[in-house]
Design a protein around this ligand. Sequence first.
Ligand SMILES: [Zn+2]
Length: 107
Amino acid sequence: MKYTCPHCGEKTFTPLQKALAGSYRSIGKPCPNCGKKCCNGMGSIYFDSIISVIAFVLIMVLYMQSDSSNKIQSTVLMAVIIAVSFVLSFLFRMFFGKLVEPIRRMQ
Ligand SMILES: [Zn+2]
């Protein structure tokens, strides 16, 4: 399973390469075939913002509920929430959304 490059139309990106190509705001990764830069489209930005809002809300709830008796536990949980949100956005870029041309063109 490979993803189509928006420049040359060839299926050149593996899911992992696509995930590493970053978001629409990043400089992207070069296509192995034509060498032009590609990145993930708006879908991954929407998904990232939804995930970070959910993570933020969960962390705030944990923060407000934590007291001295469960401080370590809630700190660990916060770290888990951040790690999970990072993994989810990575998986989204791997399997969903399309590759597009980055806005920032850098050589
Ligand atoms: Zn290409």
